[in-house]
Design a protein around this ligand. Structure first.
Ligand code: ZN
Ligand code: ZN
Length: 363
């Protein structure tokens, strides 16, 4: 096989601009595929790593919310064919460890994965660590076959990319971690891609009241058009008081924190009705602390963290794909701005400024 190369946005130093360079991919090994990238969404997680908020060895190539077309298959891959349109998810089950077998595969303990991620990509002959098993800001991705899920023709590459992270995270947070039931009240804090996924999923569960809070007017408007019954501007309204007014003092059954702010996590918990559950899906600095009132905790309220809504990749995402085809979930309204890979630094600035919902890189 001829050497496999790709133009990629390489991060050499957190906080500094990325540079477009040619990287090399090794041949796909057993259980691996090469996917030609079609669309990538800029996720908040990528922005955190680009700024150095969470440490990661550099150089690397960021990006994990992606879609594309299968170009090569390594030995032993039967789930997908060359030419398949696929979405990519960074929650990759090994299918064999205790966590995977218990259905909590976001806590997969496969130790061989990191080793594979260190040998897949190189720059000028020097291997570097692949980011989240994906490194999507490149023309090609070398992936575990379990990271890809075929998508039908009705699903655009953009929708596929969004189903690879934000839309799925929001939906799985409501369906899995919050286990929301019909008639419940739901508060969603933060209406980016994840929050708007949660709003739609809350509507799909038959929530009686869906309150969406975000400082950006255009995001609150998007929440209303996707199913929110009430909106709150936290910059001009006191959030707990506004929630109490809307719910008649009772508080909400489910609160979702999709920002990654410890202070908002405390607000989410304090907004709960007795027996309610606050789910923290936003990524917070790992040394931050969250205070909860023991008095509120006593009445059955819970505060729980969640990695990607505890998605069961190969089980849940195909179901969400069917919901997008069926119209119960929508992805297209979340992709609001598009940039080419060559303008990656402007695209990252644009995503940080929160002027749209999702900033997409088009290949
Ligand atoms: Zn993400
Ligand atoms: Zn596993």
């Amino acid at each position: 096989m001829a050497p496999i190369t790709a133009r990629a946005a390489v991060l050499h130093e957190p906080g500094k601009p990325m540079t477009i360079e040619q990287i090399e991919l090794r041949e796909p090994g057993h259980g691996e595929v090469i996917v030609k990238t079609a669309s990538v969404g800029i996720c908040g997680t990528d922005l955190h790593f680009a700024r150095g908020l969470f440490p990661f060895p550099v150089p690397t190539v960021l990006g994990h919310e992606a879609s594309g077309v299968v170009e090569h298959r390594g030995p032993g891959v039967t789930r997908v064919q060359v030419g398949d349109r696929v979405l990519v998810c960074d929650q990759i089950p090994c299918g064999q460890c205790g966590s995977c077998l218990s259905g909590r595969m976001v806590y997969c303990t496969d130790t061989g994965r990191k080793q594979r991620q260190r040998s897949r990509l190189s720059l000028d002959g020097d291997p570097f660590r692949q980011y989240l098993g994906v490194s999507a800001l490149a023309e090609r991705m070398l992936l575990d076959a379990a990271a890809v899920i075929p998508i039908p023709e009705q699903i655009s590459f953009e929708a596929g990319a969004l189903l690879g992270c934000c839309l799925t995270t929001g939906a799985a947070t409501i369906f899995n971690t919050a286990a929301a039931r019909p008639g419940q009240s739901v508060l969603v804090m933060g209406c980016g891609g994840v929050g708007l996924g949660a709003v739609q999923a809350a509507k799909a569960t038959g929530a009686s009241c869906i309150i969406a809070a975000d400082p950006e007017a255009h995001r609150r408007q998007a929440a209303l058009s996707l199913g929110a019954t009430d909106i709150i501007d936290p910059t001009s309204e006191d959030l707990p008081a506004a929630v109490a007014t809307i719910t008649g003092q009772f508080g909400v059954d489910v609160a979702v924190e999709a920002v990654g702010d410890p202070g908002l996590a405390e607000v989410a918990f304090a907004a709960l009705a007795p027996g309610g559950r606050a789910v923290i899906v936003g990524m917070m600095p790992s040394d931050s602390e969250i205070k909860v009132s023991a008095g509120l905790l006593r009445h059955g309220r819970s505060l729980v963290g969640s990695v990607m809504g505890e998605v069961r990749t190969l089980h849940d995402i195909p179901a969400y794909v069917r919901m997008v085809v069926g119209g119960q979930l929508t992805a297209d309204e979340l992709a609001t701005h598009r940039w080419p890979l060559s303008e990656i630094n402007d695209a990252l600035d644009h995503a940080s400024a929160r002027r749209g919902i999702r900033t997409m890189i088009e290949f």
